[in-house]
Write a protein that binds this ligand. Structure first.
Ligand SMILES: Cc1cc2nc3c(=O)[nH]c(=O)nc-3n(C[C@H](O)[C@H](O)[C@H](O)COP(=O)(O)OP(=O)(O)OC[C@H]3O[C@@H](n4cnc5c(N)ncnc54)[C@H](O)[C@@H]3O)c2cc1C
Length: 624
């Protein structure tokens, strides 16, 4: 059987890859181990979060499905960092993990040009350096012009629970061993990574009265720009907050010797910023408690996820440590926590299109590229799907720049720097984060989605109108000003705004104040014609305008700075303000220029600035 595109794996990357490909008109086949598990949440039942929310919004603005599915199946919506600036706010939703899977399966089954088959791929057919097809466990051969591997944690997956080791891709699901062999035989640089998950508990055995409640937002905001904000009215279930205590820590500590993480049983490197509970107890010995969020997994079944308690300790230890927490004394574990090790491809093997450099027409996306997280996976899957189709048509590749999107930062970081640990997105990875906000993702990116035929005329016209209105308003505010006449100062005073002393541009009057729609149209009645969405954007743009200009200037300065040479005898450990992680990496790679340092994963722009200052100080004292 011949297809244009074959996608291997129905996880978050595989979903977006196959939907994008089929929706762009390519005859697409999704091969996955279990159809019920399409869109499964291997770990926590939540989408978004800091920086991850940005990825979902960008994906949505491009025509991806994750945001729409989250809006349809979410059970608690919250904006994180609400009190901070719009650039670092992150949308997060608790999802009903069962409904999420069903929604995705249903959408995919209904998508024209997309066939779905429950079959495990065992090998890749490669001829003359080009991927041509796959062979499955049922000895079926499928041929295609493009193959996209999105096999997640399944490639040679090994699960650890205490001393027990099992071959699995997720608990209860087959590992993908033959495909991993086939992949390795192609000569790729393949490594091992590790991640983990917590136990799930029977809700009827938890005493919630002993815990704190954390509700969703009063006015929840949908993820998707295509969901109607006015009628959006999701269920808002609470999450509960519990705490570990000294007994919990004693139980864990006295069983360190049985922890696969410390006994040498696990080789793969895990996500440092998402440590297991045994790792937290070991690393943060001064902490007398850790917060654990007790999160509902689904509306229909009373099963809860213990966010913050990922572990691979033996089953009896898991039970003891859970029982030691207030409200959990009688808790029954439904599923035990575990760690999993799996193969990943060093992403420097890939081009920016996510096609492998060695084998033409073979793409990799998601966890297999060394990332962690549903959102990172989905974003890559989409980009691989779109690029596979564009290449098929002989069109220009679709590569997002670092100043255009977090997705651009993600892929650029991966393919230029590679990774040694599971890569997750952080706002600090983006140099241009004032430009790359969640709230303006549709304005930044929807023209691409529309060009690829992934967004409707109606939606795109709406976005284009919004953008035009915003540009008009910003242009007005930047080119018009007001003088501090008695009358004007009185108006400002009546609005509770500080007075101006000199002629001031509107962008600054609005930007430095605390405006909402009502106050804004009192000052600028002509702005009343704009919709609420446009007014929100105007207020944010005004707030950020001068910073954005500064950021552009800093970008130019940064380009100059990157040319600076780092002396061979430079001692990173003496630089205050650098994290241990950054120091270790710099010592390992010994870059010769700041540009070289910037290419090392995890070395942030602010770290570069600090090093730059130290280099300048050293030069001065040498001269002096
Ligand atoms: C135990 C565990 C804990 C995790 N903890 C976290 C966490 O704390 N935070 C976080 O952000 N992320 C976590 N993750 C990672 C998160 O689940 C992944 O990042 C995300 O699911 C990756 O999406 P993906 O599409 O790349 O792969 P997956 O969601 O893993 O999907 C892979 C798909 O490929 C299919 N497949 C595999 N091999 C084959 C084959 N040979 N033929 C056909 N189909 C195949 C599988 O059936 C599956 O559908 C965890 C994952 C696991 C397993």
């Amino acid at each position: 059987m011949n297809y244009d595109v074959i996608v291997i794996g129905g996880g978050h990357a595989g979903i977006e890859a196959s939907l994008a490909s089929a929706r762009m008109g390519a005859k697409t086949l999704l091969l996955t181990i279990l159809v019920e598990q399409i869109g499964a949440s291997s770990c926590n039942p939540a989408i978004g979060g800091l920086a991850k929310g940005h990825l979902v919004k960008e994906l949505d603005a491009l025509g991806g499905e994750m945001g729409l599915c989250t809006d349809a199946t979410g059970i608690q919506f919250r904006i994180l960092n609400e009190s901070k600036g719009p650039a670092v706010r992150g949308s997060r939703a608790q999802i009903d993990m069962d409904r999420y899977r069903i929604y995705m399966r249903d959408i995919m089954l209904k998508t024209p040009n997309l066939d779905i088959k429950q079959e495990m791929v065992e090998s890749l057919i490669v001829e003359d350096g080009e991927a041509k097809g796959v062979i499955t466990q049922l000895a079926q051969e499928y041929r295609a012009s493009k193959i996209i591997i999105t096999a997640g944690t399944f490639l040679n997956g090994v699960i650890h629970i205490g001393e027990t080791q099992l071959s699995a891709g997720r608990q209860g699901e087959f590992a993908s061993i033959e495909l991993s062999k086939s992949w390795r035989e192609l000569g790729f640089d393949i490594g091992r990574l590790k991640t983990g998950t917590c136990a799930r508990v029977d809700g009827t055995t938890i005493d919630f009265s002993q815990m704190e409640e954390q509700g969703g937002d009063e006015n929840p905001i949908p993820f998707s720009f295509r969901t109607d904000r006015k009628t959006f009215n999701p269920v808002q279930l609470p999450c509960m907050v519990a705490y570990t205590n000294s007994s919990t820590h004693n139980v864990i500590e006295s069983n360190f010797y049985r922890a696969p993480l410390f006994s040498g049983q696990i080789d793969g490197i895990g996500p440092r910023y998402c440590p297991s509970i045994e790792d937290k107890v070991n690393r943060f010995r001064d902490r007398d408690r850790h917060q654990i969020f007790i999160e509902p997994q689904t509306l229909e079944a009373n099963e809860f996820y213990l966010n913050g308690m990922s572990t691979s300790l033996p089953t009896d230890v898991q039970l003891d440590m859970i029982h030691s927490m207030a409200g959990m004394e009688n808790a029954k574990i439904v599923r035990y926590g575990y760690a999993i090790e799996y193969d990943f491809i060093q992403p420097t093997e890939l081009r920016h299109t996510l096609e492998t450099k060695k084998i033409k027409n073979l793409y990799c996306a998601g966890q297999v590229n060394g990332t962690t997280g549903y959102e990172e996976a989905a974003a890559q899957g989409f980009m691989a799907g779109v690029n596979a189709v564009l290449n098929l048509r002989g069109e220009e590749p679709f590569v997002l720049r670092r100043d255009e999107a977090y997705i651009g930062v993600l892929i650029d970081d991966l393919v230029t720097k590679g990774t040694k640990e599971p890569y997750r997105m952080f706002t600090s990875r983006a140099e241009y984060r004032l430009l790359l906000r969640e709230d303006n993702a549709h304005i930044r990116l929807s023209h691409y989605g529309y060009k690829f035929g992934l967004l409707s005329d109606e939606f795109y016209t709406q976005v284009a109108n919004q953008k035009e209105a915003l540009d008009e308003a910003v242009e007005f505010m930047k080119s018009n000003s007001e003088t501090p006449t008695k009358e004007f100062l009185q108006i400002l005073d009546s609005l509770g705004e500080v007075k101006i002393n000199d002629r001031t541009f509107w962008i600054d009057i609005i930007g430095r104040g605390e405006f909402d729609r009502a106050k804004l149209v009192k000052l600028l009645p002509e702005f009343d014609k704009y919709s609420d969405e446009v007014i929100d954007q105007i207020l944010i743009e005004a707030k950020y305008s001068r910073y954005i200009e500064k950021q552009h200037y800093q970008i130019l300065k940064m380009e100059d700075m990157l040319r600076i040479k780092i002396p061979a005898d430079f001692v990173y450990r003496t630089v205050s303000g650098l994290s241990n992680e950054i120091v270790e990496k710099l010592e390992l790679h010994t870059p010769t220029t700041l540009h070289g340092a910037s290419q090392i994963s995890g070395v942030t722009p602010s770290a570069l600035e600090i090093i730059h200052i130290y280099i300048k100080m050293a030069q001065k004292s040498n001269k002096g």
